[in-house]
Design a binder for this molecule. Structure first.
Ligand code: ADP
Ligand code: MG
Length: 254
């Protein structure tokens, strides 16, 4: 069986997509068959792998709405052991089109059923909202991974965020995979203070590995590559490999 992990945070710009791309690439690099699903209409994960959205006849929208089989839109990527389910901006229409469908929250879960034999890890990049696309992602997922930007604003509403997560976990039979700090700047005291505060809420669920702020991570998508292929020896690559190692170690302990 695959483990299905949704990467979610209601805030935009916190590093969900960057983590989806580079965490999945690290898992594949470390030998695990992995599938990356783009559930965000912004479709940055899709373009981050150099896929030209204008050339896509069908995408995840058609799987959710028109019963197109997932294998018909699945694509190879430049990384071994990593396949992608692409999205385009047309996916934004799914929020409305799903509303009147039966099983509207379970469409992705059903579409994934026969892929559990094929992939060890299925990673879902969620949009920054709690609409039906995110609900489909959470229903399909076993766990949720929360990237968090290491800044003062992350502390605002932290109590509310942890309550929302508890509620979601109950409703969708989900577990919290963990909280990953992104865009970390170790030169500031503030960063350490933010980490300490967040640990009060999420305790051992906060990963030791922190993803540093580095321009290479921001540049890599414009070359259609995960950072592992764009800047293999850089600190962005190293951080996501370290994170994948920490993640895998935790899997072995469960
Ligand atoms: P989200 O998917 O949550 O909206 P993104 O992954 O798209 O967030 O990140 C938001 C912006 O920050 C993007 O421009 C991205 O390239 C940049 N970014 C993300 N992580 C890092 C990092 N560790 N260092 C530098 N820039 C980053
Ligand atoms: Mg994103």
């Amino acid at each position: 069986m695959s483990k299905v992990i949704a990467i979610a945070n209601q805030k935009g710009g916190v590093g969900k997509t960057t983590t989806a791309i580079n965490f999945t690439a690290s898992l594949a690099y470390m030998g695990h068959e992995s599938l990356l699903i783009d559930m965000d209409p912004q479709s940055n994960t899709t373009s981050g792998f150099g896929i030209n959205k204008n050339n896509l006849e069908k995408n995840i929208y058609n799987v959710l709405i028109n019963d197109v089989a997932l294998e018909d839109i699945l694509q190879d990527t430049i990384m071994d052991r990593l396949d992608i389910v692409p999205a385009t901006t047309s996916l934004s229409g799914a929020e409305v089109d799903l509303v009147n469908m039966s099983d509207r929250g379970k469409r992705l879960k059903f579409a994934l059923e026969k892929f559990h034999k094929i992939y060890k890890y299925i990673i879902i990049d969620c949009p920054p909202s709690l609409g039906l696309l995110t609900i489909n992602s959470l229903v399909a997922a076993d766990t949720v991974l929360i990237p968090m930007q290491c800044e003062f604003f992350s502390l605002e509403g932290l109590g509310q965020l942890s309550e929302t997560i508890s509620a979601l976990m109950q409703s969708y039979d989900l577990e919290l995979e963990g909280v990953l700090f992104t865009m970390f700047d170790s030169r500031t005291n503030l960063a350490d203070q933010v980490v300490e505060e967040v640990k009060k809420f999420f305790k051992e669920k906060v990963y030791e590995t922190k993803i540093p702020r580095t321009i290479k991570l921001a540049e890599a998508p414009s070359f259609g590559k995960p950072v592992l292929l764009y800047d293999p020896s850089g600190k962005g690559s190293q951080a996501y490999i370290d994170f994948a190692k920490e993640f895998l170690l935790k899997q072995n302990m469960e």
